[in-house]
Design a protein. Sequence first.
Length: 80
Amino acid sequence: MSQPAVERAIGKLTTDETFREAFFADPARASVEAGLQLSLFEIDALRRIPAEALRRFSDGLDDGICRLRLSHAALEARGR
């Protein structure tokens, strides 16, 4: 069990909406892509946190500590 990786995952789940959506769609893949070395037990435990609870908590955080979510159009414009 890697407590630092779990703590990083919880941080990303609360401050990064894009990661949160990716995690709940495919937790193992999202974790690997984020560089989080989580065990299957840890992934399962994190997956059991209600996504709505994470979203509500995130809504209460200062925008200055949350990752800005870019629209699809803005992402395409950045790629050019």
